[in-house]
Design a protein around this ligand. Structure first.
Ligand code: PEP
Length: 255
């Protein structure tokens, strides 16, 4: 059975102290109205500096887990400013976002590097939330399927079946991220069905059916329910709306 996930990507927002407050607000709201479905999960990915404080609050929570927004592709050494996957494990993380479009564009992360990151992340028993998605110009010229096919084909489709089954894929059309213009439910469903078809072709239909595919891009409390009601959309990767406890919890309950 597919897991359903709502993951909050806080990006470069919130100090450690502010993160403690926001996580506290989210947990308080979830105490009033808990998640009861056994296969539903929540992931919170604050900045690195907040991870150790966040893990103290989340430790032992039955369905809210800690994630990181990035990590490096090497286990340790002279890589000034970088964070190793084992450090994230030590800080209490279970998930890591890999290949976010902001990493791809601002930090020039390419498929080769992203694949190295996925490998080392999985070697440390962390679950990658692997992002893919096309630019506006690519959608406008009908290239969205080719782009997503090549982003996945060059990276996670090199994993074995056993490895891939632990990966969460997030389809995030770049034109929808932080713009207030979300993909329509039909556009999201269409691409998720396409990704499932690619998995079925490369691996098998059982795996395609079991994998968790998230939608990301201006998903909010008002549109989450319709997006998540699509048969191939198993939740969301949420940026801006994950910084407001009430909105984030509403999105969680839209699963
Ligand atoms: C994201 O950054 O992954 C994202 C989906 O952002 P937003 O929800 O703000 O569009």
């Amino acid at each position: 059975m597919r897991k359903k996930i709502v993951a909050g990507n806080w990006k470069m927002n919130k100090t450690a102290g502010e993160a403690v407050v926001l996580i506290g607000e989210i947990l308080d709201l979830l105490k009033i109205r808990p998640v009861t479905e056994p296969l539903h999960r929540v992931v919170i990915a604050p900045p690195f500096i907040a991870l150790t404080k966040a893990t103290e609050i989340l430790k032992g929570h039955p369905y809210v887990f800690l994630g990181a927004q990035n990590c490096y592709s090497k286990p340790k050494g002279a890589f000034t400013g970088e964070i190793a996957p084992a450090m994230l494990v030590d800080a209490g993380c279970e998930y890591v976002i890999i290949g976010h479009s902001e990493r791809r564009s601002y930090f020039k992360e390419n498929d080769t590097l992203l694949m190295e990151k996925v490998k080392i992340v999985m070697g440390n028993k962390l679950i990658p939330i692997f992002c893919c998605g096309e630019l506006l110009s690519e959608r406008e010229t009908g290239k969205q399927y080719d782009i997503v096919r090549s982003q996945l084909g060059n990276t996670i489709f090199n994993l074995s079946r056993e490895e891939l089954q632990d990966v969460v894929i997030a389809y995030e059309p770049v034109w929808a991220i932080g713009t207030g213009v979300n993909a329509t439910p039909e556009q999201a469903q269409d691409m998720h069905a396409f990704i499932r078809k690619l998995i079925a072709e490369k691996y098998d239909s059982t795996l395609a059916d079991e994998m968790t595919l998230l939608y990301g891009g201006s998903c909010n409390a008002a549109n989450a329910a319709e997006l998540f009601s699509q048969p191939d959309v198993d939740g969301g990767l949420i940026g801006g709306a994950s910084l407001i406890a009430k909105d984030f919890v509403e999105i969680i309950h839209a699963l």
